[in-house]
Structure formats: C-alpha cells, structure tokens
Design a protein around this ligand. Structure first.
Ligand SMILES: Nc1ncnc2c1ncn2[C@@H]1O[C@H](COP(=O)(O)OP(=O)(O)OP(=O)(O)O)[C@@H](O)[C@H]1O
Ligand SMILES: [Mg+2]
Length: 310
C-alpha cells in the first residue's frame, strides 16, 4: 500500500509544526523519517495514523484519505507511539488480549493473532509478566506486538529504537526486517539516520516542519562515488571556532577552514559520512547548511539538507 502525504500543514497556536509537508513512500518500501527534536515527526505520524487532523493537506493510503476517513485508515495502519502507556496491574497477555478484542477479534481468530504477533516480536518469555515490570526494550516488543494484531499493511513507528541497548536494538531490527520482508509499507522515525541505514530503502528528512530531502537510498548510493566524501558545513558564526568540536566528533578526519563560515570535512566513505553527519546533527552544532561539493550527489538527498538545528 502506497503512502502519500500531500501539503500537510499543522499549527499549534503560532507554532507551525508542519509546513506543507509532502512525501511519498512506495508500496512495500521501508522509509526512515529523520529529523531533530521538534522537527514535526510525531505530529506527522499521528496525523497519518488518523489520531489527529491537520489544518490542511491530506494523507492517502493508495486512494483512501486518512484525513477524511480516519476510522477506515486505522484498520490497515499500525501506529507505534514513542511511549507505551504504563498500566500497573496488567500482564502482557492481558494487555494484548484486550487490544485483540478491541480490534474485534474473538475465539480461534484472536488466539491465532496473539500467537502470530507474539512470534513476530519474540514475546514468549514475557507474556506472564506485568507491564510495569518490563524494561524499555521489552515494552517496545509488547508495543510492536500490539500494533500487529490486526495485521496492518502499513506500519508507522515513532522512534522504536530510542533508548534501547545494542542487543535490544538488534532484536528490534530483526523483527522489523521480517515485517518488512512480508511486504508491509513502513515509516520509521528516528533522530539518527545511521541507525536506520541498513534497514530502510529510502529516507524522508524533516527539519523545522519542512521536508528537506526525500528519496530512495539505492539511488543515492549508486550516484555517489565510492571512496572519499567531502562535506561542506556552513555555520551561523565563525567556523574556525567549531573546528575543534568537529574534529573531536570525527577523530582522525581532516577538518579545514574553507571560508570564514565554512568547514570542509573529508571522510573516507559514504558510511563515515552518514555517521559523521548524525554525530554533528546530534551534538547540536549551529550548522545552517550542508553540501557535498564533489561527491556527485548534487541535486540528490543530503545536499538538500540545510542541517538546521532547533
Ligand atoms: N500538542 C501540542 N501542543 C502544542 N505544540 C505541540 C504539540 N505537539 C507538538 N507540538 C509542537 O510541534 C512541533 C513538532 O513537534 P513533534 O513532537 O512533532 O516533533 P518531533 O520531530 O517528533 O520531535 P522529537 O524528536 O523530539 O520527538 C514542536 O515545536 C512541538 O513543540
Ligand atoms: Mg517525536
């Protein structure tokens, strides 16, 4: 099922959380939804899940509008929020059973759905545990199992890997991989592009409520030469004063002052580039523009990113 978001605008008072957001996720693709804190990821995903209305614009699943028909959309969309409601006296199986019944499942059909969702998320050992006793990673498994009960063909996951340790992250990744292999269309939000890189087919980058880049990763990879990658970082003030910080974030890499406001960072590979950008992004350095002067990526993907930090 194809996802198409068109001109989505959402305001909270005078704050424009989403500003004419448009992007598409092809049917059966897994896309990352990446941007800094406050970029508008959760707002967009909640609207896409039919939980909130936009001020204008629409969300189409194939030809069905989730804005006009949110109840219909919810039948085939699975939305995993960034936190799981922490009910005190409820066990995992009771929680999932409740949601299975809420989805209208009963009898053998319900049992099958519970077993299938449990298998997909490795819940075997957890079903008798109380929700409030679970670790963050375990809660994420339960949360994922819950949204799989009604066999959605579209999954919208809001920061599923946030706060997970490396093992839990790897396990989650495995679950997501098998879900993707079944042909589901998935949008997975994260702050960190590198975290999603080997899971996603494409990426949508959002900054301050605006889409700054959107596209297939394979296309981007094919168009970029292997080997050295140069990143030109433009700062809001004196670039030289940030050189030390960039060097510390990218040890052993060449960092040169290119102009009073620009630093040139030279990296050895595409992987290093993504990981360096993620670190610089996360460190909150006041980068106002980012370009790839000689990596053959002009007109594509990251060079469109302004790297604006909230
Ligand atoms: N219910 C709300 N009321 C008022 N403002 C809101 C509300 N929800 C979101 N916002 C604002 O909308 C903007 C986008 O927030 P949103 O939660 O969508 O960002 P995000 O990309 O998910 O961020 P994070 O990475 O921190 O989860 C922010 O400026 C936020 O303050
Ligand atoms: Mg969010």
């Amino acid at each position: 099922m194809r996802i198409r978001v068109e001109d989505l605008t959402k305001r909270f008072g005078s704050n424009v959380a989403l500003d004419k957001v448009t992007f598409e996720v092809p049917s059966g693709s897994v896309y990352g939804f990446v941007g800094p804190n406050g970029a508008g990821k959760t707002t967009a995903i909640r609207i896409m899940a039919g939980l909130e209305g936009p001020d204008s614009g629409t969300v189409l699943y194939d030809d069905l509008s989730a804005v006009e028909y949110p109840e219909k959309a919810r039948r085939f969309v699975g939305f995993m929020p960034d936190t799981l409601a922490d009910s005190k006296d409820i066990r995992v199986w009771e929680y999932l059973d409740f949601f299975a019944r809420a989805c209208g499942l009963a009898g053998k059909e319900k049992e099958k759905a519970l077993i299938r969702a449990g298998e997909l998320t490795n819940l075997d050992n957890l079903s008798g545990r109380f929700l409030c006793e679970l670790s963050k990673g375990m809660k994420q498994q339960v949360s994922l199992a819950r949204i799989l009960l009604h066999e959605p063909s579209v999954l919208l996951l809001d920061e599923p890997a946030a706060g997970l340790d490396p093992r839990a992250r790897a396990e989650l990744r495995e679950s997501l991989r098998s879900l993707a292999a079944d042909g589901r269309t998935m949008l997975i939000s994260s702050h960190i592009l590198a975290e999603l890189e080997d899971l996603v087919d494409g990426v949508v980058i959002i900054e301050k409520g605006k889409i700054s880049a959107c596209g297939e990763l394979s296309e981007i990879r094919n168009r970029s030469a292997s080997g050295e990658c140069r990143a030109l970082l433009t700062f809001s003030s004196d670039a030289a004063s940030f050189a030390g910080k960039v060097e510390a974030l990218c040890p052993g890499k060449s960092v040169k002052v290119h102009s009073p406001r620009q630093l040139l960072l030279i990296l050895d590979s595409e992987e290093e580039y993504f990981s360096a950008m993620a670190k610089i992004f996360q460190a909150g350095l006041p980068v106002t523009a980012l370009s790839r002067p000689d990596c053959g990526l002009e007109g594509v993907f990251m060079e469109k990113t302004k790297g604006e930090v909230q």
